[in-house]
Design a protein around this ligand. Structure first.
Ligand SMILES: Nc1ncnc2c1ncn2[C@@H]1O[C@H](COP(=O)(O)OS(=O)(=O)O)[C@@H](OP(=O)(O)O)[C@H]1O
Length: 352
C-alpha cells in the first residue's frame, strides 16, 4: 500500500515538474516577445486597445489643437455638450482622419449645435466637437493641421464639423471649394430678427455693460435707419451671404435647415438632413422628447444612462425684452432680403 502511494506520488510529481518547466518557457518567450513589441498583435478586447506610438503622437497633437481651439470657440456649449454625443465614447484608434465631407457652415445662433449633436447620434457620423474655425481664422495653419483635428472614421462614415461663422466669411466658399468642391454644406437658418436678439443676448451675457439692443440696432434712433455694420444685423441678411456661396457651389450642394422646425419637429428636419448626407434614416422620432423645463427637444437617455441629454444652459436662453416697435422696424428691414432668400433657395421659411 505504502509502496503504491510512493509510486503514485512520484508519478504525480514528474509531470508537474515538466509542466512547470514548459510554463516557464512559455512565460519567458511571451515576455521576450512583448519586450520586442510583438504582443501588440495579440487580440485585445476593444475597450483595452491601445493606440500605437504614432497614433498617440498624432492624437496628442490633435487634442492640444482642440484645447487651443476651445479657447477661441464662440460656441460656449461645446464643453457642456460633450456628454450628448452618441458616439463620443467610440474608440478613436481605428480608421483614418479625413477632411470633412459635410460642414455645418451657419448660421450663428441658428441651432447649429443642436443639429450637430442630433447628427452625432448617427453611427455613421463622426464630428469634431469644438468649432475648428479653420476657413475663417486658422487657414494659414494649413490643410494638414485641419485634417488632424478630425476624428478617425471608418469606410462609409462621414466626417463633419460645424463653424457657424463660415457662412458670413467672404473667403470661406473659395477655401472650402479648394479643399473639396464636392463638400456638402448645411445652413441652419432662423428668423433673422430672433437670431439678432439671440446674438445680442449672448454678447450681453459676456458683457453686462453692453448698450441696449435698440441703441445698437439703429444708426440713428430718430431716422430709424438700421445699422447694417452691426454684426448681429449683418449676419441675418442671408441672401447676400448666399450669393457669395453660389459663386462656387451649386444650390444642390447646400441644404437649408429651418431652425424653427428643428425645435418644433426635430425628427422631420433630421430626415431631410440624413437624406441629404446619403445616410440611412436612423435618427428618428424615437430619439427625441420635448423637455418641458428646458422648453426644447432633448435626446432621450440611452439605456442605462442617467445623464441629461439636453443642450446646456447657454442654448435656449431667455431673451431680454425688446420694445415691439424696434422689432417691427427690424422686421421691415429684413422683409425684402427674406423674400429674396426664399426665392434663391426655393423654400419659404415663413418668417413674418
Ligand atoms: N434642442 C435645442 N435645445 C436648445 N437650443 C436649441 C435647440 N434647438 C435649437 N436651439 C436653438 O439654438 C440656438 C443656439 O444656436 P447655435 O447652437 O447655432 O449657437 S452658436 O452659434 O453655436 O452659439 C438657441 O438660441 P437661444 O434660444 O437664443 O439661446 C436655441 O434657440
Amino acid at each position: 500500500m505504502g509502496c503504491w502511494a510512493t509510486r503514485f506520488n512520484l508519478h504525480l510529481k514528474a509531470p508537474s515538474k515538466v509542466s512547470v518547466f514548459f510554463t516557464m518557457i512559455i512565460l519567458v518567450t511571451y515576455v521576450f516577445y512583448c519586450l520586442t513589441g510583438y504582443c501588440d498583435l495579440a487580440p485585445i478586447p476593444l475597450h483595452e486597445r491601445r493606440p500605437t506610438l504614432t497614433q498617440l503622437h498624432q492624437d496628442r497633437n490633435a487634442s492640444s489643437q482642440r484645447d487651443f481651439l476651445a479657447r477661441f470657440t464662440e460656441d460656449e456649449e461645446e464643453e457642456e455638450t460633450k456628454h450628448l454625443s452618441g458616439n463620443l465614447s467610440v474608440s478613436d484608434s481605428f480608421g483614418s482622419k479625413e477632411f470633412p465631407q459635410a460642414i455645418i457652415i451657419g448660421v450663428k445662433k441658428g441651432g447649429t449645435r443642436a443639429l450637430l449633436e442630433f447628427l452625432r447620434v448617427h453611427p455613421d457620423v463622426r464630428a469634431v466637437g469644438a468649432e475648428p474655425h479653420f476657413f475663417d481664422r486658422f487657414y494659414d495653419k494649413g490643410l494638414e493641421w485641419y485634417r488632424n483635428l478630425m476624428p478617425r472614421t471608418l469606410e462609409g462614415q462621414i466626417t463633419m464639423e460645424k463653424t457657424p461663422s463660415y457662412f458670413v466669411t467672404r473667403e470661406a466658399p473659395r477655401r472650402i471649394f479648394t479643399m473639396n468642391h464636392n463638400t456638402k454644406l448645411i445652413v441652419v437658418v432662423r428668423d433673422p430678427v430672433t437670431r439678432a436678439v439671440s446674438d445680442y443676448t449672448q454678447t450681453l451675457s459676456k458683457n453686462p455693460g453692453l448698450p441696449s439692443f435698440q441703441n445698437l440696432v439703429f444708426k440713428n434712433s430718430s431716422t430709424g435707419l438700421i445699422d447694417t455694420s452691426w454684426s448681429a444685423v449683418r449676419i441675418g441678411i442671408y441672401s447676400k451671404h448666399l450669393e457669395n456661396w453660389l459663386r462656387y457651389f451649386p444650390l444642390s450642394r447646400l441644404l437649408f435647415v429651418s431652425g424653427e422646425r428643428l425645435v418644433t419637429d426635430p425628427a422631420s428636419e433630421m430626415e431631410r438632413v440624413q437624406d441629404f448626407l446619403g445616410l440611412k434614416r436612423l435618427v428618428t422620432n424615437k430619439h427625441f422628447y420635448f423637455n418641458q423645463t428646458k422648453g426644447f427637444p432633448c435626446l432621450k437617455k440611452p439605456e442605462g444612462s442617467s445623464r441629461p441629454r439636453c443642450l446646456g444652459k447657454s442654448k435656449g436662453r431667455a431673451h431680454p425684452h425688446i420694445p415691439s416697435e424696434v422689432l417691427y422696424k427690424l422686421r421691415d428691414f429684413y422683409r425684402p432680403f427674406n423674400l429674396k432668400f426664399y426665392q434663391m433657395t426655393g423654400q419659404d421659411f415663413g418668417w413674418k
